[in-house]
Design a protein around this ligand. Sequence first.
Ligand code: F6P
Length: 324
Amino acid sequence: MKTIKNIAVLTSGGDSPGMNAAIRAVVRAGIYNGLNVFGVRRGYDGLVQGDIIPMDAKSVANIIQRGGTVLKTARSDEFRTYEGRELAFENIKKLEIDALVVIGGDGTFTGASKFIEEFDIPIIGIPGTIDNDLAGTDFTIGYDTAINTVVDAVDKIRDTAESHDRLFVVEVMGRDSGLIALRSGISTGAEAVLIPELQVDYDAIMKRLDKTRKNKSSRIIIVAEGDKEGGIVVAERIQENFPHYDVRLSILGHIQRGGKPTCMDRVLASRLGVASVEALIEGRRGEMAGLICGQVQFTPFSKAIKHINKINENLTRIVEILSL
Ligand code: F6P
């Protein structure tokens, strides 16, 4: 096993609150362990272009509380090609970088797996995405902040819904995953939650809305972006079926990706940042550091990107029981 002296860290894919806390943890844990640490700007694109800068303890000062990523992020088309990855490897060799920490989601880890396979470079991943759509960790960095942003926004929408006796359809992020919708739905007392993982039973939802009419003057239906139909169509359908409801649609969009990370995301990022550096020193590679039941665990990239079955159907049952 080759001794690791120089490592580099990058953020890739969609930004998520807490990525800065993770960068800070990797840089400082690296320095603590006597390593030289580099930062790669704009994700894999920066590796291909050689946009790699030395990092020191000061370069990550005062960032733990900031949303976004100071290293910037991108989705790199060039890195998807062999030629792009070859260029990336050349740049790594020039700086004598022995190993990488990549912070991102499934696309990031898919790219990392290919890179390891072709160029034999040790890489450890840290889960950074608001969607929480990775196996091998109970929560991804940014998810907690994003759901709290949604809860805050929906609570405000509820004020208007209640004042005007309206029904609001609120579309939240989650291209392939309903996890943001489900948790934010429970915590805002939503009357229904529509997610891509489950078949939507419109008849049941319509009946439920009608049956509980006497108890409520406002209604919130949360729709995940990845739902088969999406917020616009759902709002139209409800308006058609219930002409007596005053229906409005609100698409929350990218406000869910920004903002200062919650305490939970900062602690998660700090723990996984330190764990990833220690893992590289111990000779681990091709794995994502995650937190399962409070313990740091490592999951091969190939398994981490298969997030199927993460939906706890008991949570969807809770939405229904509590919507009376
Ligand atoms: O970060 C994941 C995610 O938020 C998805 O839920 C969403 O579909 C996607 O990013 C949108 O990303 P972008 O606008 O950067 O393409």
